[in-house]
Ligand binder design. Structure first.
Ligand SMILES: Nc1ncnc2c1ncn2[C@@H]1O[C@H](COP(=O)(O)OP(=O)(O)OP(=O)(O)O)[C@@H](O)[C@H]1O
Ligand SMILES: [Mg+2]
Length: 340
């Protein structure tokens, strides 16, 4: 077999025995409806569920497990537990940020199957990065993209089509086409935000979505859950929301991005007095966290990789311009040096 044929056969998609959830053995119309009510509309998302998560449909753990197994085998996921993670890991793809420096601290770009969190103050560039990623995801892999579409859940009405058009033009893409591949959803409350994600699996599948953005993850939660007595329920909801997001990222081999604002910790006098909202629960689920801040006035931003499952901490600079997210040139770096 020639090398070419070999690659082709390796990349052939797994044969799908069950296209829809009602095709799965043991799933009748009533069960299918209950699954949908729980937010499982596709075989892919069901494959990432746990038997415990299916408890509300009332079929018992054994049957729930059998349904998940059938869904898994339908999407070519029918392997034993021990090498499950390894196999998934081999399918991880990377999406470029548009800045080589920023990609470098991420070891090549944002990963699929995990959540990447950008946190930082107002104007630090979180939403600008989100816009850029919506365009970049549509690029072919040789240009750092994933040949896919984007889903943008916007909680603060910050999404701007004009920015997408500017960025698309700069990359030589047809803006009209680029805009068509972005599915936009505005979330009005935290419950609505959760609802949108719980019902996103079909949209993701139908539109070949490879990037799921929640900008901002915490804004609604922060304004609705006020005071200490509401903290526990806020964290519980945020936790559930993040797990849903992670499940979608894994099911569809997509990049998941959330943004988060920061709050000052007035009781901390030494060290870093800034911390992202949502605390540890968000921190544990979001596998890669980047802290963004302004360098000074002007377009330059500093990104610090604060935590990652396996990458070292690192810091790099990039800039936000009319074109989008770009590298700071060597010349600009030297000039900046001279100014000081
Ligand atoms: N067309 C543009 N040309 C150059 N710079 C721009 C352009 N649009 C936005 N910016 C830069 O991006 C900044 C806004 O960044 P962004 O909206 O990403 O902030 P953010 O981190 O999302 O803030 P927030 O916490 O308020 O959501 C502007 O202050 C400006 O510096
Ligand atoms: Mg923003």
């Amino acid at each position: 077999m020639s090398e070419e044929e070999n690659i082709e056969s390796r990349e052939a998609p797994p044969k799908k025995k069950y296209e829809f959830i009602e095709d799965l053995p043991g799933v009748g119309p009533a069960t299918a409806q209950k699954l949908r009510d729980l937010g499982y509309h596709t075989v892919e998302s069901l494959a990432m569920a746990t038997a415990r998560e299916l408890e509300p449909i009332g079929v018992g753990e054994k049957k729930a497990f059998a349904m998940i197994e059938a869904a898994r085998s339908a999407i070519g996921f029918s392997f034993v537990r021990a090498d499950e993670l390894l196999k998934m890991r081999q399918n991880v793809l990377r999406l470029t940020t548009g800045s080589k420096a920023l990609d470098r601290i991420l070891d090549g770009g944002l990963e699929t199957q995990t959540i990447t969190e950008f946190y930082g103050e107002y104007g630090s560039g979180k939403s600008q990065i989100c816009h850029q990623l919506c365009v970049n995801v549509q690029l072919p892999p040789e240009r750092g993209g994933l040949n896919g579409g984007a889903l943008y859940v916007d909680t603060e009405n910050t999404f701007r089509l004009e920015r997408i058009v500017q960025m698309a033009k700069h990359l030589g893409l047809d803006p009209e086409q680029v805009v068509k591949n972005i599915i936009y959803a505005e979330a009005y409350t935290s419950d609505h935000q959760m609802f949108l994600l719980e019902n996103a699996d079909e949209v993701i599948k139908a539109n070949n979505i490879k990037l799921i953005i929640i900008d901002s993850l915490t804004a609604h939660f922060r304004s609705e859950y006020i005071g200490r007595e509401m903290l526990a329920s806020r964290q519980q909801k945020l936790n559930k929301h993040m797990h849903k997001l992670l499940g979608l990222a894994r099911a569809f081999n997509a990049v998941a991005v959330v943004t988060n604002q920061v709050m000052a910790k007035p009781d901390v006098f030494f060290g870093d007095a800034i911390s992202p909202i949502g605390g540890h629960i968000v921190g544990h689920t979001s596998h890669t966290r980047l802290y963004l801040r302004r360098a000074s006035r002007g377009p330059v931003r500093i990104a610090r990789l604060v935590s990652s499952p396996y990458l070292p901490e690192g810091e790099e600079i990039f800039k936000v311009t009319e074109n989008g997210i770009e590298d700071v040139s060597e010349e600009e770096k030297t000039n900046k040096h001279r100014d000081h």
